[in-house]
Design a protein around this ligand. Structure first.
Ligand SMILES: [Ca+2]
Ligand SMILES: [Ca+2]
Length: 479
């Protein structure tokens, strides 16, 4: 079934899939209905994590729908528990909210690699899957500040293959960077063949080839820098897709910000020069994603040529979104607005219906780790705050799913800013004691906050739920 779809969408797979998957492997889907007594191989998992890829820019990627979307399930209500790199990555790897894993920033005493290494790193999706017999690989970005406070050859627990970017030494991304490749630090420059996304792709392909040859189930965590700023496209993509603009949505360069908290009121209107610069920035960002599309195409090809495409789940998501001029915020993250907290999430694999959408359930980055654990047949530790998406991937009706998303940001002083996103509302409380309330059906771009005239009972109800979720732990988060 899956192979037939694959034939239609990726020409290069025509030959390879035909032979590799001819005669459906007995390793039938792990998501197949219970009761199928066919012995099966354990599925492989490829998890691709973009950096700062918001959902608008995702929609500008020309080949993503054909590569993944049309083969799998797209979640239209995917959010991150904090719209910032290190806290979000810690949530992905552990299944915990920032208020529980306590990686609260990208740097500083409570941030980045240092904070992750001090605690959460000992129990991650990598250690769980390795213990369950998986071969594991991390290729690309690990944490901001890696490996400061550890030796440069430091390899985190749980990973068999380790090709991690040294972010503490790296001035540039994409070019002029360092990789710790299984304990050896290598430097890369600016030659075409040293372009980072492509180098990461080649490491990923080699890992898949190697694991497939050995018949080992594998988990690949593949985290390119794209489209993080400064966005440097591959030379072959440097002049493509010209004329892209930051989306001119109703909130773009918002004229009246009197409804907004001080940090927005204090932002100046963008000048025409700033707007032109933002458009050039967005063009460069989309261009960097073209190499990620090449990466996805190469991944699909190598999986097909090894005859394991039918047995492999592929996830594509991002650690946070980004503001592109909405409410005057220029390439800002860690703010409580939709464009920062919502991320793309597409999953394809055995048992997942092609070209399907879930526009109902709120899913969070803390759901990734338990999902991967369930797919791999690994035990899900009780420390996890999130819930497995497996039933949602199957398209089953899940009546007890959470009814809202929450995204938070805890400052060094312990102050909390957080936003509760329900089907109807986005309600936020800022550390500065300011609030916002948007009717997301009437005002999806969050142009006019209703907090001053809203029903106090509604505000109280939303505030109580926000407090509950930003204070939850383990099972209490999963209710
Ligand atoms: Ca990021
Ligand atoms: Ca306004």
């Amino acid at each position: 079934m899956f192979a037939l779809r694959a034939r239609a969408w990726w020409p290069l797979l025509v030959a390879t899939v035909g032979t590799a998957c001819g005669g459906r492997s007995p390793g039938a889907p792990s998501l197949s209905p219970a009761g199928e007594a066919v012995p099966r191989r354990r599925p492989n998992i490829v998890f691709v994590l973009a950096d700062d890829l918001d959902f608008r820019t995702t929609a500008m990627m020309p080949r993503l729908p054909a590569l993944l979307g049309q083969q799998g399930r797209t979640f239209d209500r995917a959010y991150v528990t904090q719209a910032l790199c290190a806290p979000s990555r810690a949530s992905i790897l552990t299944g915990q909210f920032p208020h529980n894993h306590r990686v609260l920033d990208n740097s500083g005493p409570h941030g980045g690699f240092g904070a992750f290494r001090r605690g959460p790193e000992a129990s991650t999706i990598a250690t769980w899957l390795k213990a369950a017999g998986y071969r594991t690989a991390l290729v690309g970005k690990y944490f901001n500040g890696y490996p400061t406070a550890a030796s440069p050859d430091y390899v985190a627990p749980g990973w068999d293959e380790w090709d991690a970017q040294l972010t503490d030494l790296t001035a540039d991304r994409y070019v002029n960077y360092f990789l710790n490749e299984n304990g050896t630090v290598n430097q890369y420059g600016t030659k075409d063949e040293e372009y980072e996304t492509d180098v990461l792709t080649s490491r990923a392909l080699a890992f898949i080839d190697h694991s497939a040859r050995d018949g080992k189930p594998f988990f690949l965590y593949l985290a390119p820098d794209a489209p993080h700023l400064p966005a440097i496209p591959a030379p072959r993509h440097a002049t493509l897709l010209s004329g892209i603009e930051a989306p001119r949505v109703p909130s773009f360069n918002e004229a009246d910000v009197s409804d907004k908290p001080a940090f927005v009121r204090n932002a100046s209107l963008m000048t025409p020069t700033e707007i032109r610069k933002l458009d050039r920035t967005e063009t460069a960002r989309v261009r960097t994603m073209l190499a990620v599309e090449d990466m996805l195409a190469d991944l699909l090809n190598v999986l097909a040529s090894n005859g394991i495409l039918d047995d492999t789940y592929i996830f594509f998501t991002s650690d946070n979104g980004l503001m592109l001029g909405e409410h005057r915020l220029i390439t800002t993250k860690d703010v409580p607005y939709e464009e920062a907290i919502r991320v793309p999430l597409v999953v394809m694999g055995p048992g997942i219906a092609a070209d399907s959408h879930d526009d109902e359930h709120f899913v969070l980055n803390i759901d990734i780790a338990p999902t991967l654990a369930e797919i791999a047949g690994a035990a899900i530790p009780d420390s996890v705050d999130g819930r497995s998406l497996v039933r949602l991937l199957r398209g089953e009706t899940v009546t007890d799913w959470r009814r809202e998303a929450v995204s938070e940001s805890i400052s060094y002083t312990g102050g909390l800013s957080a936003v509760l996103r329900t089907p109807e509302y986005a309600y936020s409380e800022i550390e500065s004691n300011e609030r916002e309330l948007y009717d997301m059906r009437a005002d999806p771009y969050q142009v006019a906050s209703l907090h001053r005239r809203a029903d106090p009972a509604l505000m109280a109800r939303l505030s109580a739920r926000l407090a509950q979720l930003t204070g939850c732990r383990r099972a209490s988060c999963r209710q």
